[in-house]
Design a protein around this ligand. Sequence first.
Ligand SMILES: Cc1cc2nc3c(=O)[nH]c(=O)nc-3n(C[C@H](O)[C@H](O)[C@H](O)COP(=O)(O)OP(=O)(O)OC[C@H]3O[C@@H](n4cnc5c(N)ncnc54)[C@H](O)[C@@H]3O)c2cc1C
Length: 433
Amino acid sequence: MEPNAWLMIASGQSSQYQGHNGYQDELPWLYSYDSNVNNAKKVKEGDIAIFTDGVKGLGSAVIRRILHHEGRKTIRYCPMCRNTNLKVRTTMEPRYRCDNGHEFDTPSPEQRDVTIYQAILGDSFAGFPMAITRKDLRLIEKAPTSQGGIRPLLAEDTEHFLHSLKSASRAAGGRPFSPRYDAPMFGSVAVREDVATYGRTSPGATPMTDFPITDRNKLLRLAKRGDYDRATIYDIVDRALICHVAYEIDGQPYILPTLHARVGDTILLHGHGTNRTLLHAGDNQPVAICITHVDGVVLARSIFNHSINYRSAVLFGNGRLITDPEEKNDALYRFTEKLQPGRWDDVRPMTDQEVKATAIIAVDIEQASAKVREGMPKDDEEDLAFPTWAGVIPIRTVVDDPLTEEHTPAEIGLPAYLREWVDARRHDISRPE
Ligand SMILES: Cc1cc2nc3c(=O)[nH]c(=O)nc-3n(C[C@H](O)[C@H](O)[C@H](O)COP(=O)(O)OP(=O)(O)OC[C@H]3O[C@@H](n4cnc5c(N)ncnc54)[C@H](O)[C@@H]3O)c2cc1C
């Protein structure tokens, strides 16, 4: 079957495209949507996707894999005709207008069962090398006036368009652009299937470039095990449940374990409104964050060459207390969904008092480094004949059967989203199956 081409709106805040609304785009890797969006079921592995934030083109990719699970979602619809295509008007009252022309102040909410899809892009995302407007993209749309978060494109014209961008960028001596429209797109590539972080706002595309190397993050010892590229570092960050945050007050270093969530190049940390670390760091103070996965004990023939297999990341930045209510709400959503995807919509909503009692800081990552050790012990040549066992004892962190709390009525079984999450992590929480 020929691949199709799609225009995908990566703008989680728009209430116009509700099938995509509510999901974070980790555009280099992943695009989320649900069965509420037109064409959701037609998108298939191998299709070409062009992404826009609704104003400009962001880049193109090939959909390597599509994962899906059942979930629930609040859909907002027109109280007069139940149409779900709503436009938010920033300068006019009433604020909402539906496709059928009804105007109203408050849309009606309804909880619906949906299928949530994650289109995994693997390594195929290529950011556009030059400014591309929505008008440019309309030229390759099959039905330029159609609505919805996923719109069909003219496949041949799309290929042509990407090809011409590639040539134009080369001719201008600009950033190389290598779209995957003609690549062996269905080949095997490493895909991030476990990206658990998705939230309400779209961080846009995070280019997977290297962090700058400075005195703070330059690896001196065993630098060959180090890496500064975002893909490696964020893989370590996103797969971890917790991090350790270090800061200093009056010459005294402190370090504390805490949960984290990542949005683009920002780490979110949360805690009680009186949390000393957060209030201190949130006042534009420098922090260092460390994340570690332990993969094995490495037993050599000499004590000196004993080691550990690990993946670790160190991040540096300054904290900023989030005070804007909407940003705070987004951050809380991301936290919950990072910890347990699907949970936000399945629990009692937070009260204003609870939101007030929670402090959240954003740390924009300025520098970062990763260090990874893997494989067997590195014994000295002259020790290889020493008669003792040498090798690696692998270590995994696994998820066990959930334990039901006593007030949970028997008829409420374990929700599918939890069952799926647990089952995918029985082998290793940091390397889901
Ligand atoms: C689970 C675990 C156990 C370890 N056990 C030991 C041990 O017992 N003894 C030991 O000497 N080392 C151990 N290491 C390695 C240790 O983290 C340091 O990399 C190493 O000690 C070098 O320290 P340094 O001060 O010379 O670092 P430098 O290379 O001088 O550090 C400079 C910069 O490099 C980066 N960097 C350094 N180490 C890491 C890292 N691990 N991850 C990400 N970025 C890093 C940071 O940005 C840091 O600011 C362990 C690492 C892990 C993850």
